[in-house]
Design a protein around this ligand. Structure first.
Ligand code: B1M
Length: 214
């Protein structure tokens, strides 16, 4: 088994310490941080989700896997951020919408945004719509990035867009949406400005949206 497969397996098994040790070992062996992230950590968590769907894994086990992922991300994040030269490409406020506690994907999106030179205010998971509006007023970002992992919480996204409109802030920002159940069709339907499949493709999309603002 390759070291990336071992990392994937240990994430799947929720083995926090072993995962951290393996990530360090993989880095020592010269594996790229992004490959460790994608083929090791994210792949392991995806498998975990599939097993949960089949009734082979339960919430506490998913939690153990996500905790192991978070510990490993602490090591990888500064390495993924390596290219940032302090230049600001713009500001982004990121949040997982209210009612949704999934925050790992958003954390990855935030890291990639920072790498690309965005100043990021990551509000984390389960953020009430009113708080997102407040943060937009306060931080004046060009990008608002919303994440949802549940098919019922993705329906909060249009509420956020409506609330930004009501507060007179809609024209000053570009709203980007993402998360596993969220697709381009949905983004179009709710009047979002952009959608991205994953953290890597979120960056060029955010840059393109940013360039459409003064
Ligand atoms: Co939850 N969960 N979970 N869970 N969980 C899913 C999402 C699920 C698909 C599992 C399954 O059934 N296969 C399913 C949702 C089904 C649905 O509605 N469609 C599910 C469920 C049902 C639930 C609960 C309802 C279970 C229950 O209580 N019965 C519950 C909900 C709680 C709540 O939110 N109110 C729940 C709870 C949990 C845990 C707390 C145990 C834990 C979350 C821990 C945490 O995040 N701190 C958890 C986990 C770990 C998962 C899975 C296994 C992994 C999620 C993850 O972190 N993936 C997940 C299964 C899966 O995803 N296959 C599952 C890795 C991450 C890197 O990927 O988040 O997709 P992802 O992010 C990607 C892209 O989506 C994209 O880029 C990211 C990086 O590439 N992206 C964006 C995300 N946001 C973006 C924003 C953008 C652009 C791209 O622009 C702004």
């Amino acid at each position: 088994m390759s070291i990336l497969e071992e990392i994937k397996k240990n994430i799947y098994d929720g083995e926090e310490n072993k995962t951290v040790d393996l990530v360090k070992k993989a880095l020592d062996e010269g594996q790229a941080p992004q490959d460790i992230m994608d083929a090791g950590l994210v792949a392991g968590l995806r498998e975990c989700g599939k097993s949960f769907e089949k009734g082979e894994k339960f919430i506490p086990e998913m939690l153990m896997s996500s905790e192991a992922m978070k510990k490993a991300m602490v090591i990888l994040k500064p390495l993924l951020l390596g290219g940032t030269g302090g230049t600001s490409f713009g500001k982004a406020v990121l949040a997982t919408v209210e009612g949704d506690v999934h925050d790992i994907g958003l954390e990855l999106v935030g890291t990639m945004f920072e790498t690309a030179g965005f100043e990021v205010r990551n509000m984390g998971p389960d953020v009430p719509t009113a708080d997102i509006v407040k943060a937009v007023k306060e931080h004046k970002p060009q990008i608002v990035g919303l994440s949802a992992l549940l098919s019922n919480t993705m329906d909060v996204m249009p509420d956020v867009i409506a609330a930004l409109k009501k507060a007179g802030l809609r024209d000053s920002v570009k709203v980007m949406v993402g998360g596993a159940p969220v697709k381009q069709d949905f983004a179009d339907e709710i009047g979002a400005d952009g959608w991205a499949y994953d953290a890597a493709s979120a960056v060029p999309k955010a840059k393109e949206l940013r360039s459409r603002l003064p």
